[in-house]
Design a protein around this ligand. Structure first.
Ligand SMILES: Nc1ncnc2c1ncn2[C@@H]1O[C@H](COP(=O)(O)OP(=O)(O)O)[C@@H](O)[C@H]1O
Ligand SMILES: [Mg+2]
Length: 331
């Protein structure tokens, strides 16, 4: 399943993403983590030192390889050059699985060892001014979106994306690619206003959105969040001394994390699991086509000089059966 952590800068997206990833690893899940936040800190939050974090490959720098691989032998996609971030898979495309080796992971993913197992980590690479706010052809987040749209994941596979709730993700449809979106909000007006904006976009697309209150202290904070976001409030997390110790470079083993925070992480996993159970692959495919046509018309056709609507394979539906290790590629 695919899970996003979104919210305002500083709310705790990266912190909660990293705790959730550690929790999944402790539960022996298969995890691909993706750092798509403006401030690339997920590697550090997962325990990489400065040098290791700086050495993470940038997905944005491997966009040609990503496109070439995913295109496979799809006859509707004439070249990697005509592939935009919303180009959907079709007959002949290569799909990605969480549990496999492939050239994209080889180029873009690194294995991170945690206390309780290991996960794969990918990162968009640092954002520049020109990456922000535009439906940009070179968008770093575009590399993530292409991968998500070509990913076939089963119930025990977790893709966790730490991302910014920017206009980039709304323009492209990125925000519809998740089985569960956790909006991290502090009990403040700003935190809640990001929630309202996200909810507005999400409503028309059936996006499963739950609020995770962070840095919640005491009854007043809790009541504030409850009154502002109602039933969308899934759980709250308080100040964590475990997190603070890690930030000082003195990490404890993950099993030392405060019991109430461990329970909160389990609640996140349960919510994500439930939501995956309701995934409608047909609707999922339809939405990706919807955003592709929208992007083709608004800038893609002009940019590539091709009719990108012709890339849509009308009979193709992403399907869980492609997720199994032994399953054949769609041909
Ligand atoms: N529950 C928490 N307990 C203690 N510190 C926290 C908690 N959540 C976030 N922080 C701290 O707040 C700061 C911002 O969090 P971060 O996860 O980097 O936010 P974001 O990714 O949303 O910008 C970091 O220094 C982080 O360690
Ligand atoms: Mg962050």
């Amino acid at each position: 399943m695919k899970i996003a952590f979104v919210g305002k800068g500083g709310s705790g997206k990266t912190t909660l993403s990293s705790l959730f990833i550690r929790h999944l690893a402790a539960n022996e899940a298969h995890v691909v983590a993706v750092d798509a936040d403006i401030n690339q800190h997920l590697g550090a939050a997962l325990g990489l030192d400065d040098q290791e974090a700086a050495a993470l490959p940038a997905m944005g720098a491997h966009l040609p390889l990503i496109k070439e691989y995913l295109r496979g032998s799809n006859p509707r996609i004439a070249s990697a050059g005509t592939m935009i971030k919303t180009t959907p898979p079709g007959e002949g495309s290569r799909l990605l699985r969480v549990r496999e080796n492939n050239p994209i992971y080889e180029a873009c993913a690194r294995t991170v060892r945690l206390d309780d197992g290991e996960i794969r980590l990918m990162a968009t690479g640092p954002f520049t001014e020109s990456d922000l706010g535009v439906a940009c052809y070179h968008s770093k987040v575009g590399a993530v979106e292409l991968c998500l749209n070509h990913l076939v994941d089963g119930p025990d596979d977790y893709v966790v994306v730490d991302m910014t709730a920017g206009s980039d993700s709304f323009a492209s449809g990125m925000f519809t690619r998740f089985d569960m979106t956790f909006l991290v909000a502090e009990p403040t007006r700003k935190g809640v206003s990001v929630y309202r904006q996200y909810k507005e976009y999400a409503r028309d697309f059936g996006v499963a959105l739950r609020v995770v209150g962070n840095k919640v202290q005491g009854k007043d904070d809790l009541e504030y969040l409850r009154s502002e976001v109602g039933d969308d409030l899934l759980i709250t997390v308080g100040h964590s001394d475990w997190v603070r110790a890690m930030e000082k470079g003195r990490p404890d083993r993950f099993e030392q994390l405060e019991a109430e925070n461990r329970m909160a992480l389990q609640a996140l996993q349960n919510a994500a699991d439930d939501s995956y159970g309701q995934r409608d692959w047909e609707r999922y495919t339809r939405q990706m086509v919807h955003f592709h046509l929208k992007n083709a018309e608004s800038w893609g056709n002009e940019k590539t000089g091709a009719d990108l609507a012709a890339q849509v394979d009308p009979s193709f539906v992403l399907d869980e059966r492609f997720a199994r290790d032994d399953a054949a590629q769609p041909v």
